[in-house]
Design a protein around this ligand. Structure first.
Ligand code: TYD
Length: 191
């Protein structure tokens, strides 16, 4: 099973994927935890490029979309391998991040043609003002605007694709409990 946590920056995906991994391991399951951009050569290039002040430029975003798709295509083999060994795949971001951040146009789907969608996607939905306080260095009106736009794209996509929407404004423990409540029945477990 391939499960993914999505959400705007500051929504707590990395904390929650780590807690989810620990819980599944404590239940005796083998977990393959991943994140996007990955630590492949392409993923490292993406991280470097994201630091560029021109990263919001339209053509730059197109280039990034291609790189994200390449990074993800490499990742697919690793996911298939982990699953063939009976591991549960827990991912911090997936194809849906490209749909949200790189505008969701048809060609984004096309370049991600060889990419599998997760079996379960959970959206950690956080209000943008709170996200601002959690993201270091974000304090401008544009940052807030960007977070608001990103959040509404996530909510739209959630409806279309059937994500589980969780309130990420609640504390870490409550969000973790909510995640467990969604995942447990998928794996035939009780909590
Ligand atoms: P993020 O999860 O914030 O990584 P970290 O917290 O480890 O730095 O991802 C980095 C950024 O990449 C984030 O702002 C969202 C962006 N992103 C895209 O724009 N498109 C994508 O397809 C993916 C996977 C990420």
């Amino acid at each position: 099973m391939y499960m993914c946590l999505e959400g705007i920056d500051g929504s707590g995906k990395s904390t929650q994927t780590a807690l989810l991994e620990k819980w599944l391991q404590n239940c005796g399951l083998q977990v393959f935890r991943i994140f996007e951009p990955t630590d492949s050569k392409v993923g490292l290039l993406i991280r470097e490029m994201l630091q560029d002040p021109g990263a919001t430029d339209e053509n730059f975003q197109r280039t990034l979309a291609l790189l994200f798709a390449a990074d993800r295509t490499i990742l697919m083999e690793k996911i298939a391998h982990a699953e063939s060994e009976g591991q549960i795949v827990v991912s911090d971001r997936c194809f849906y991040s490209s749909m949200v951040y790189q505008d969701g146009a048809e060609w984004i789907g096309e370049i991600n043609r060889f990419v599998r969608k997760p079996d379960v996607t959970l959206l950690l939905d956080l209000d943008p003002e709170t996200a601002m306080t959690r993201c270091e260095g974000s304090d401008s009106f544009e940052d807030l605007n960007f977070l608001m736009r990103t959040r509404s794209r996530y909510l739209e996509l959630a409806e279309k694709e059937g994500f589980f929407i969780l309130n990420a404004n609640n504390g870490i423990n409550k969000v973790h409990e909510d995640i467990k409540r969604v995942i447990a029945p998928k794996l035939g477990m009780c909590i």
